[in-house]
Design a protein around this ligand. Structure first.
Ligand code: ADP
Length: 162
């Protein structure tokens, strides 16, 4: 049984994330989408909300589960019996940070491999950060996120009356 972890903020889950999970689900027996509980990134959505949104879109994929984790990724991966971690590479700009992370994680646990996957071309420009920015400014985000995520973004970013 080969388990892989796909860690991230998923704030919120986008069609780019989905593309990667679908690819990973074909390669591994089990994919665990692990929502990072990391307040330093000041996420828009709570961990519970991010988990729920991811779980809803991933429901049809039988060998995919959604979980949350705090602390070191290598420790979490070991606890879950994973042999590898999936990360996405969209453009060269992702490379430097991901390269550092992968080598640091290898230093911390040399048995844990990091596998990089490229999304479909149409998603190479897509990030949660950009989706939030477009939604905040009132732009259309339906091509980039599942419908329930779009709804959640609208609800979260609705201007409050004073
Ligand atoms: P993090 O805060 O860890 O960067 P993200 O939720 O932004 O978390 O992304 C999680 C992983 O998914 C990262 O490896 C990121 O590069 C990858 N990713 C995000 N968006 C896309 C996309 N559109 N296509 C491919 N990979 C992506």
């Amino acid at each position: 049984m080969r388990t892989v972890i796909y860690p991230g903020s998923f704030d919120p889950f986008t069609n780019g994330h989905l593309d990667l999970v679908e690819r990973a689900a074909k390669l591994f027996d089990r994919v665990i989408v692990a929502v990072a509980d990391n307040d330093t990134k000041r996420p828009l959505f709570t961990v519970a909300e991010r988990r729920r949104m991811a779980a809803r879109v991933l429901k049809p994929l039988a060998n995919v589960e959604v979980d949350a984790f705090a602390g070191l990724l290598v420790d979490y991966a070991q606890r879950r019996g994973a042999c590898a971690v999936i990360r996405g590479l969209r453009a060269v700009s992702d490379f430097e940070f991901e390269f550092q992370m992968a080598l640091m994680n290898r230093k911390l646990n040399q048995r844990l491999e990091t596998i990089f996957m490229m999304p479909k071309g149409a998603y190479t420009f897509l990030s949660s950060k950009l989706v939030k920015e477009v939604a905040r400014l009132g732009g259309e985000v339906s091509p980039f996120v599942p419908a329930h995520v779009e709804k959640a973004l609208k609800a979260k970013l609705k201007p409050r009356r004073r």
